[in-house]
Design a protein. Structure first.
Length: 421
């Protein structure tokens, strides 16, 4: 049975957009090093996990647009909004608020999965002759895997490292729940069901939703460009801002093209990994959280590079002004090593992860250029991972320019190869 995306589901996606924008802006304003990246990832994975479980719920039970669903969506939006509101001090003074919002969001959707899975008369949910329903087990296990989040919420402020560690534990447990639990349920169902029927999801809806969230995440790069440009533009740096913005948009659109038109393009005779292989399909889905996190980090790097590009090219104007007034504090500090690693490392990681996802699909019988594309993309990704070693010899604009030129060339070549296949 196919399902249609409901308006409530789209509204829930809207608050996910807002959370990504809030986390990205927070990271750009506070970024110094790993400490801030860790904070971003722990909050992002919490939002991503709630989004993923809601996707699972709607794929299983579709939309009914009744009062219960409306109340549930409203509460989910409320909890997700609470995560974004407290993001600035999520592991400090707002730790209790953020922790309870994450925990309640997970509990709400997985309680619904457990209840509906236990009472639904859909033939695909018939127990495995063992008296157990797969969705009910999924919902119950979610209670256990999110206990560390509840513990973090109870601890509250004053235990920054402890709370972060508990979020890491929850991430590991939820990853195991979404990766190994379906494998276990599949093994058990095939063992106890002589008819061979196994639990499944709406594949097309699942892949479309992952694609939609990828577009949302890529949009963070555009938000970073527009926000930084609008807040920095002056008569002295207008050219630098426009040039940096052009390169940033180029990088973003090429990442978009590589994901949708190259890596996730299913050629005639090929088979999507979710339809072809259950276990590799789970890996494909899991890799999205790493891809999305790296794309947001790359967006942060683009925003910071744009900021420092405009500063470096307007230093002469600052020096002229500082002759009359002491404005030495406005002088550009330079594109620091942490910023270089953030921009280049996350972009390179995004290229490699997207490539791996594309190679998980069953290839078309005449896809002769797959190995060539693999060699090209992996080499480019590794080059980006070591590019920051060039140090301060390259400016922020130079780093952006190198990324833009090389990614554009790679995208054009791979697109032609895919068309040839």
């Amino acid at each position: 049975r196919t399902r249609k995306v409901g308006f409530d589901e789209l509204f829930l996606d809207l608050i996910v957009v807002a959370n990504i924008a809030a986390l990205g802006h927070e990271l750009r304003e506070t970024f110094v090093g790993w400490y801030e990246v860790e904070k971003f990832f722990l909050l992002f994975q919490a939002v991503w996990s709630i989004w993923r479980d809601n996707l699972m719920f709607w794929n299983l039970f579709s939309h009914v647009r009744d009062v219960v669903e409306k109340i549930g969506v409203f509460l989910q939006v409320l909890f997700l909004c609470g995560i974004g509101v407290g993001a600035h001090d999520a592991f400090g003074s707002a730790a209790r608020w953020v922790g309870f919002c994450v925990w309640l969001g997970e509990v709400l959707v997985n309680s619904a999965i457990a209840v509906f899975g236990s009472t639904c008369s859909n033939p695909s949910f018939v127990p495995w002759y063992t008296g157990r329903s797969p969705p009910a087990i999924w919902g119950f296990v979610a209670f256990l895997t999110n206990i560390p989040i509840l513990a973090a919420a109870i601890i509250g402020e004053g235990r920054d490292r402890t709370i972060r560690n508990l979020f890491w534990v929850a991430f590991a447990l939820n990853t195991a729940r979404s990766s190994f639990l379906p494998v276990f349920m599949n093994i058990v169902s095939m063992k106890y069901r002589p008819d061979g029927i196994r639990f499944a999801v709406n594949i097309e809806a699942m892949t479309e939703k992952f694609g939609l969230l990828t577009i949302i995440v890529l949009g963070e790069s555009l938000l970073a460009i527009l926000f930084e440009a609008s807040s920095l533009i002056t008569a002295g740096n207008r050219g630098a801002l426009y040039l940096s913005s052009l390169i940033g948009v180029t990088v973003t659109y090429n990442l978009f093209t590589l994901y949708f038109d190259v890596d996730q393009r299913i050629l005639p005779g090929a088979v999507h990994v979710i339809r072809n292989h259950g276990y590799l399909g789970l890996l494909w889905a899991f890799l999205h959280i790493l891809l999305h996190a790296n794309l947001i980090l790359a967006a942060t790097g683009i925003g910071l590079a744009l900021r420092f590009s405009s500063q470096s090219l307007s230093e002469s104007h600052i020096r002229v002004a500082s002759e009359a007034v002491d404005m030495s504090g406005l002088k550009a500090e330079g594109f620091k090593a942490a910023y270089r690693w953030l921009l280049c490392g996350s972009t390179g990681a995004s290229l490699i992860i997207s490539l791996i996802q594309g190679f998980l699909h069953k290839p078309a019988p005449y896809a002769k250029h797959r190995l060539v594309r693999f060699s090209l993309r992996s080499s480019l990704g590794l080059l980006f991972l070591v590019l920051p070693l060039a140090g301060s010899r390259l400016s922020a604009l130079a780093y952006l320019g190198i990324l833009g030129i090389l990614i554009s060339a790679c995208t054009i070549i791979e697109f032609i190869f895919v068309e040839a296949d």
